[in-house]
Design a protein around this ligand. Sequence first.
Ligand code: ADP
Length: 907
Amino acid sequence: MMTAEASTEERGLSDWARQFEVIVWTADAVTLQLLHVSPNAAGILGHPLEQWWTETDFLARHLHPEDRDDALSLFLDATRRRIGRSGVLRFLDANGQALPFLTKVLPREPCEGHVPELRCLMVRLERNTRASQEWERSEREREALLRKEHEARERAEALARQLAAGESRFRSIFESHLIGLVFSDNQGRILDANDAFLRIVGYSREDLETGRINFLDMTAPEFRAVTQRAVEDIEARGVTSTFEKEYVRKDGRRVPVLLGSVRLPASNQNATFVLDLTERKEAEAERERFFRLAPDMFCIAGMDGVFKRVNPAFTRILGWSKEELRARPFLDFIHPEDRGRGEETLAALKRGVAGPGLTVRVSCREGGWKWLAWNAVPVPETGLIYASARDVTQQREAKEQLVLAEQRMRTVINSGPLVLAVLDAEGRFVVSEGKGLRGLGLSPGQVVGRSALEMYANEPEVLELLQRGLRGETCSAIVRTAGRTFEVFYQPVLDEAGRLTSLSIASLDVTERVRVEAEREELIRQLMHERSILQAVLQQLPYSVYIAEAPSGKLFLANAQAEAQIRGPAEPARNLEEYRAYPGFHADGRPYEPHEWPLARAITSGVPVMAEAVHVIRGDGSRGIVEYSATPVRDAQGHITHGVVMGVDVTARKVAEEERERLLEELKLAVSARDEFLGIASHELKTPLTPLALKLEALARAAGAEPDSPMARRLAPHLEVMRRQVKRLAVLVNDLLDVSNIRAGRLALTLEPEQCDLAALVRDVAGRFDTEVKHSGCEVRLHAPAPVLGAWDSSRLEQVVTNLLANAVKYGPGHPVTLSVEAVDGRARLTVHDQGIGIAPEDLQRIWGKFERAVSERHYGGLGLGLYITRQIVEALGGTVKAESTLGEGATFVVELPLQGGAARSA
Ligand code: ADP
């Protein structure tokens, strides 16, 4: 194409230039790099034509140094102001001679896609001021110039020859079928065309020859404007830039073409070359369709990483519109973690290295990321990167899932007591994994390559299983090896022909499980044992036991005693409401409501019920009383799961209790009758006693008056006995009276406390005992070194001393009795010590009670009231009395009284 254009242009220029001594050139208006030069330029200036093209800054280098600035301003001014400019400039020829030229430059409007150009016409001046001066200066130079002219002419002729050759080449192109060529006149009439053109537009040579082809007819309306511009271009410049359009073929169909025209000045014709773009357009459309419809993403980007073109797959997959994608560098869309790799890849592409591809996460418009696998090729000449991408999110996720699953699998294998092994057909370990290997003292993979048959040669049980597995048999067994127990599964893997390729073995170390199971069994056995004991206990218990579920109240256990207790079958209630059927009654005869039963209350309220007596009617119709104690049973969380009730038949006990109470009541009545009798009796006894004593005294006095009378002498020994007996009777009656008074709360310290000396009082009482003392063979030793004064009811105090002294004489006859009186710590202390029979320790407390005695009636007379009355009096005086004794070794009674303590108090 360029060749055709250059050739035609060359031919046009040279035809024209040959007629004058002129040089015509065109140059890039900016760089002043020459684009076209008329061939005769070589002849005129002597520089070979290629030098014009190839030498950079040719114009500047070969302008006369003095004219360079003028020339530059001429060229630039023409370009800037877009007007033609002219001036005389000297150019240096090949010999360094300066030749003057009238130089006219015209700016040429740049076509789309073309650089602005300068066109220049240089007309050789024979003379000008500066040039003529030089001519005159050197004739020799002139001759040389003429010689040069001659040479130039020769070269021009040579060029013409070349051109002729060029024309023949052109002709061969014309006749070829590669490119359509057409010659037309200015009216668009087609004068000549080659077959290729006729084929493109679908006309025949006959159509051509009869003038039936016209460019205007072939131009569709929408291409009229561009065609018109081409025509104007031809007129103005003699040449058009190549451009694309569509011809309307003879059959009306459209055909896309690329064309360009040049004016042939000699013939006043235009030559136009035409290329059929149908195939290219189809290919382009195909490519475009592919680009648009491809499921994968295709794009073109600049070296700065900004998209220039993206196919719709981008929007489909990522959601971004193509405008959004083109608005930012592609790296912006990459996940921050992957961006580094993206930058590296881009840097490599900039260096022209395609690289191995890149898989990164790219943001989606709706949020989230997609994994895209990229392949890119840089084209440094165009500064573009061509790239494709594929959405591999699913594969990535699947891969991640696979990795995860594998990790989980490995975790499972390595966390449980598991051994996984694979043997090849010869029984060699290919795989040996799992935490269970530890139990065998092995590490994963350690035995790979070793023969399992050799390893277990000494373990017939394992060996047999291995052999069975290697024979293709699926089997499992519990195996003991290396002190551990394994549950082993053998799974042979066979090929299509049924031959064993490998044997998979999964072994689970169940040592621990077996141990735990054994322990559990032992535990269960123990539990069962304990349970049977419990059952036996439950059944043997002398109490009834019922167990019910909570909250229903359903009875599920009643022991044997339960039935014995109610003398009938223990009907198991299915719920609380059915408790109504049990015949239980309150003490007042009211029947038990279901919720009132102790078991029901324990289950529903959670509060234990203690020994509640329930009157029951037994199975045989008899009545009884059962004391029920119920308690809730809770689980570890504190929820009530069961209730237990225990019943004790208290019928007999209740009867006994009632009997005892009745007897007690009777006893109380008897005692009070006795006391009443004693009270009356003592009064009644006392009444005749006083006159009896008086009469006895009168009798004694009468006998004493006539001591020598026979009556007196007969009476004398009896009188003494009668006196002692009356006195003793009086003491007994007084004691009875006192007891009666004490019971009735009437023992009073009747006299006001009076100042008295305890020592004197004791001495006095002892004196009065003289007869009894002598009679019983005793001796009274009184130890009262000083008076012990106090305010006391002296007659009651005398009674105390009398009682104690009387006992000492009575229970210690024949032994001395010691009486001590002293004041100790502000209290008066009387000690009565004898050496008589003593008192057993177990009786020491009892003897202080009413009618309590520690001696036999047969040996010692008495009512057992003396100590009782003594204690009542001492305590009424605010004092204490105690006895200390050892059996057989005498007794000591100690009375302590406050010195001022004798306030009247009743006992
Ligand atoms: P009585 O002497 O009439 O039996 P007491 O009340 O005086 O009644 O005494 C109660 C009992 O205390 C006596 O029966 C006797 O067993 C015992 N007893 C009291 N004094 C002495 C004593 N000094 N030595 C031994 N036993 C004594």
